[in-house]
Ligand binder design. Structure first.
Ligand SMILES: [Zn+2]
Length: 77
């Protein structure tokens, strides 16, 4: 597997800018989880069964994320 330091790993869903490896980004995920409690783990153990990225943002857009903006974005799903 070739590693290229300038290759992008994602594109911001709001501004369309490439997000490169090593740069911060904000994601909103939908997780399906299961919690199991036992004598060994009385506080529970969480198993993530499935995780899907709903929204992927560059750091600049992610810092502008608030409840109103998130609500508008999630209406598209
Ligand atoms: Zn962005």
């Amino acid at each position: 597997m070739e590693f290229r330091i300038n290759s992008s790993c994602s594109v911001c869903d709001w501004c369309g800018k490439d997000v490169y490896f090593g740069n911060a980004m904000v994601t909103i995920n939908r997780n399906i989880e299961q919690i199991d409690i036992s004598k060994q783990f009385p506080d529970g153990v969480v198993t993530v069964i499935q995780s899907d990225v709903l929204l992927s943002l560059c750091a600049e857009c992610g810092n502008q994320l608030n409840a109103t903006a998130l609500g508008q974005s999630l209406k598209n799903f």
